[in-house]
Design a binder for this molecule. Structure first.
Ligand SMILES: Cc1ncc(COP(=O)(O)O)c(C=O)c1O
Length: 387
């Protein structure tokens, strides 16, 4: 045993020496634009609660109603006896929002991605994955038995070359984040969809950060770009703009049937509690009807850009996620500590989430941020010298 613990200590020491050590810091109260953490209150610029839905009274009420009616646990996986009417209703509503014939709910988005990719692309196939895709997609590719080909970030020409070389494969799946989770840039989905049509491939779009935020009804980039085509599969989470928990995939009925029959992370896991499905349903209804909330978020994105421009900061946010490059991990941690001293929470993102030497601050905006607070945050960023 001594050897094992010695080895663990050694690994932890290496992580600390590289300034990559992580610790958990509990927050109290609700998840909002002000966050209480370790006895202090911070202006929160690190949450994925983009539309302030995490404590929305109607969502909370739906959750409570669900708990009173159905209890807490769902008791079993969907195929055993954990398939509840609340799941059916949520899936119907999500399919409608995504403009797809059918949808299937999953537990955490991470869990969904690790199972979905393997189920959609068996070993005879090939998966093409953007080099900056989310960790859950990378892990999904690793778990699957198909060959994975990584293409340059948003590089349609590179993908074209690689797809041509794999033309003989009977099943091809292109996987991409819609909005990339760390940098907040947007995948060239229209071009990717065209390529997929050319090579008879499926296109899997992870809308974790675009769902709720894009599209007239919050149907994500697929709605915004009118990409509701049979070869395009929409995946998303309820845990970010919708403010709840859980995830979904929306696709043609045979694809959903295939997933129900083969997707291991769907089949072998207890289903989401029905009360949570009720909360998700309430959030979906509110988000799809409340265009003002989305408009407030986009106004905040535009305002952040104005603030950057006015202070000569060469950053232009494309979405509600903005990357502020720093470089060394230690510097990013120093800068985060400086912002915290001034009452702002902007969490540093370090390797292995990003490549070595490219640590950064990830700023995420909410529809509920007060523009004056956004301006103060930019003043602090712009006034900090990274040397
Ligand atoms: C692009 C992307 N996909 C999937 C996930 C996983 O979703 P969840 O948080 O619901 O597990 C995340 C979460 O950070 C993400 O950023």
């Amino acid at each position: 045993m001594e050897n094992i613990f010695g080895f663990i200590e050694q690994r932890l020491k290496c992580i600390k020496q590289a300034d990559l050590y992580r610790v958990l810091r509990p927050y109290g109260g609700a998840q909002g634009v002000v966050l209480e953490m370790e006895g202090k209150r911070y202006h929160n610029f690190s949450s994925n609660n983009y539309l302030g839905m995490a404590d929305h009274p109607e969502v909370v009420a739906a959750f409570k109603r669900g708990l009173d009616t159905y209890g807490v646990g769902s008791g079993a996986s969907r195929l055993i006896c954990g398939h509840h009417q609340a799941h059916v209703e949520l899936e119907r509503r999500v399919a409608e929002l995504k403009g797809k014939p059918a949808a299937l709910m999953f537990n955490a988005g991470y869990q969904a991605n690790v199972g979905l990719i393997a189920a959609l692309c068996p070993k005879e196939g090939v998966v093409f994955s953007d080099e900056l895709n989310h960790a859950s997609i990378i892990d999904g590719c690793r778990l699957g038995r198909a060959e994975t080909v990584v293409y340059g970030h948003c590089d349609v020409a590179d993908l074209d070359r690689k797809m041509r070389a794999y033309g003989h494969k009977p099943i091809k799946l292109v996987v991409t984040d819609g909005v990339f989770s760390v940098d907040g840039d947007i995948a060239p989905l229209a071009e990717l969809s065209e390529l997929c049509l050319k090579y008879k491939a499926l296109l899997y779009v992870d809308e974790a950060h675009s769902g709720g935020v894009f599209g007239p009804h919050g149907g994500g980039l697929l709605e915004e770009l009118n990409l509701r085509l049979p070869h395009v599969i929409g995946f998303g989470t309820f845990s970010k703009a919708f403010g709840v928990f859980g995830s979904y995939v929306a696709a043609e009925q045979p694809i959903i049937d295939l997933l129900v029959n083969t997707c291991r992370s769907f089949i072998y896991s207890t289903s989401l509690p029905p009360a949570l499905a009720e909360a998700c349903l309430a959030a979906v209804k509110i988000v799809s009807a409340d265009a003002d909330r989305r408009a407030r978020l986009w106004r905040n994105v535009a305002f952040l850009n104005e603030c950057f421009q006015a202070r000569g900061v060469p950053i232009k946010a494309a979405t509600q996620i903005v990357c502020y490059p720093v470089g060394p991990a230690a510097k990013a941690m120093e800068m985060m500590a400086y912002l915290k001293e001034h009452g702002f929470l902007v969490v540093a993102i370090r390797p292995p989430t990003v490549p070595p030497g490219s640590s950064r601050l990830r700023i995420s905006l909410s529809s509920e941020h007060d523009p004056l607070i956004i301006e103060k945050m930019v003043d602090l960023l712009a006034g900090y010298r990274i040397d």
